[in-house]
Design a binder for this molecule. Structure first.
Ligand SMILES: COc1nc(N)nc2c1ncn2[C@H]1C[C@H](O)[C@@H](COP(=O)(O)OP(=O)(O)OP(=O)(O)O)O1
Length: 174
């Protein structure tokens, strides 16, 4: 089954699937995170990303969101897809799929934007306590450049009811 087929497979009685991207920029010692300034997830540190637009590929969405939120540019070939995190939301009956990428090469001048305030963190100083609560489960897998397959059932304000997090071989984005 392709990534597309698999992530569109609503087997938990959900009725709408929304696709998101999330990219982590990393060098040998540090990771770049952004502090969300407004809207959904405001006040939390995360990678850069957002909703994939209609008629846009997941890869193009990831590149566009990175540019919009940090002013950095990553080429398609410098992006490595690592897998996805699936969130089944029990109240809205929506499924959010977050496609996760990592990149070590980029161009452009890093800048604060309307949405994000960026900052480099040493790997052992990642502020997990100020990120979405699930990040600590799977960001270490991303940092090891391993493939990721994570699934959460969330209620209320994204409270975790059930989870499964797997470290897998790096999958293909098809
Ligand atoms: C527990 O839920 C989440 N955990 C983590 N770690 N990351 C999450 C969670 N839910 C969403 N995300 C990621 C996915 C995206 O990268 C961002 C949210 O994107 P946003 O809602 O800001 O999307 P935009 O298209 O930028 O939104 P606007 O419509 O406001 O422009 O967080």
């Amino acid at each position: 089954m392709s990534t597309e087929q698999e992530t569109n497979n609503n087997n938990n009685n959900t009725n709408k699937t929304v696709k998101f991207t999330l990219i982590f920029i990393k060098n040998s010692e540090k990771i770049l995170l952004g502090l969300k300034k407004r809207g959904f997830g405001a006040g939390k540190w995360n990678g850069f990303g957002g909703k994939v637009e209609k008629n846009e590929s997941i890869l193009d969405g990831a590149i566009r969101e990175l540019k919009e939120e940090s002013n950095l540019t990553v080429t398609r070939s410098d992006m490595k897809y690592l897998g996805y995190v699936r969130y089944d939301l029990t109240e809205s009956l929506q499924t959010d799929i977050v496609y996760v990428f990592i990149a070590t090469k980029f161009s452009g001048n890093l800048a604060e934007t309307e949405e994000m305030s960026p900052k480099w963190f040493k790997i052992d100083e990642i502020p997990y306590d100020k990120m979405w609560v699930d990040s600590k489960d799977w960001l270490p897998i991303v940092l090891r450049n391993r493939g990721l397959l994570a699934k959460y059932v969330l209620s209320g304000e994204r409270d975790i009811q059930k989870k499964s997090v797997e470290d897998i071989d790096v999958p293909e984005l098809v």
